[in-house]
Design a protein around this ligand. Structure first.
Ligand code: KIV
Length: 315
């Protein structure tokens, strides 16, 4: 490893995926061994370029290769969308990718966590966003536990998001424990966006939302997760609520872009939950969110005025 690219734990040990020698892992652990760059490129999913003209007459930049190639050139921007209206607005704003996140559960569907979100929900919302003909990559989230039951279930759920929902790629929460299956998925031609750090689907297990990577052991685990996903062929990796210093270091180490959410400005790009950004999320939003609008207030005020006007026979 070149000296200037020393990872946080470089002087301690090589990432081996064996931090817990006493415990028997449920699955075979993906053992990261960083390949040479040429091997890495050969492993990347064959991106299917969509060559339809866009609404503005430009070529659609809907490939994972295009997204991955932005690393080192300019920050990548992602936002979530869950329906055709917001899909169109977010696409027209010029984002590089749209995520149909399972955050649809907490932002739109009234759930307290993302855990109750189902495949049916994800397929329906992904298909709605696809109908807005977004001019960017469309990524759909795998809901709770879909990746953990068996590889066949993982593959079938990813297949549904692409065939029934129209997603260009899928996202899955998890690190080294999923890496072997992610590698098989990528080998079948399914582009995969990784997700490390805070995994909202594990909120019941971890007991709440918090930052990751504050201590050295956790920083090492994040590093092993990220490298495992890189080696499995993820075209990019989301780092949610990772300590800024650790996220910045990881972004410098990884070949695929590291897209941050609440992980500081040193990542290769940023993603946010659009209703948080627009001030539409019911209840509190994460502390790292700086809303750019207060649409809840605007909507309440408009609705209130309409109700009053009808009652006063002004309409
Ligand atoms: O579901 C979602 O919206 C996400 C983002 C927070 C990255 O996973």
């Amino acid at each position: 490893m070149p000296e200037e690219k020393k990872r946080p734990d470089a002087d301690k040990r090589e990432p081996s995926g064996k931090e817990n020698p006493g415990k028997q892992p449920a699955r075979r652990r993906h053992k990261p061994s960083r390949p040479r760059k040429q091997e890495k490129e050969a492993k990347e999913p064959a991106a299917k370029a969509a060559r339809k003209p866009s609404r503005k007459g430009q070529e659609i930049k809907r490939t994972v290769r295009h997204l991955a190639d932005l690393k080192g050139k300019r920050p990548i921007v992602g936002l979530t969308a869950y329906d055709a209206i917001m899909g169109g607005l977010v696409s027209d704003a010029g984002v590089d990718f749209i995520l149909v996140g399972d955050s649809v559960g907490t932002t739109l569907l009234g759930h307290e966590t993302t855990i109750p979100v189902t495949m049916e929900d994800m397929v329906r919302h992904t298909a709605a966003v696809r109908r807005s003909s977004p001019q960017c990559l469309l990524v759909a989230d795998l809901p709770f536990a879909e990746a953990s039951m068996s590889f066949d279930r993982f593959l079938d759920s990813a297949r549904r998001l692409m065939q029934e929902g129209g997603a260009d790629a899928i996202k899955v929460e998890g690190g080294r424990d999923l890496a072997d299956d992610v590698e098989k998925l990528v080998a079948t031609g399914i582009p995969v966006l990784g997700h490390i750090g805070l995994l909202p689907q594990t909120v019941k297990a971890i007991g709440g939302y918090r930052k990751f990577g504050a201590d050295r052991e956790e920083a090492e685990r994040l590093y092993t997760d990220a490298i495992s996903l890189e080696e499995a062929g993820c075209f990019a990796i989301i780092a949610e609520m990772v300590e800024e210093e650790v996220a910045t270091e990881l972004a410098g180490q990884l070949i695929p872009p590291l897209i941050g959410i609440g992980s500081g400005q040193g990542c290769d790009g940023q993603i946010l939950v659009t209703p948080d950004l627009l001030g539409m999320t019911p209840g509190p939003v994460p502390s790292f969110v700086r809303p750019y609008a207060n649409l809840s207030e605007e909507i309440s005020s408009a609705l209130g005025r309409y109700v009053r006007d009808v009652r006063e026979r002004k309409r």
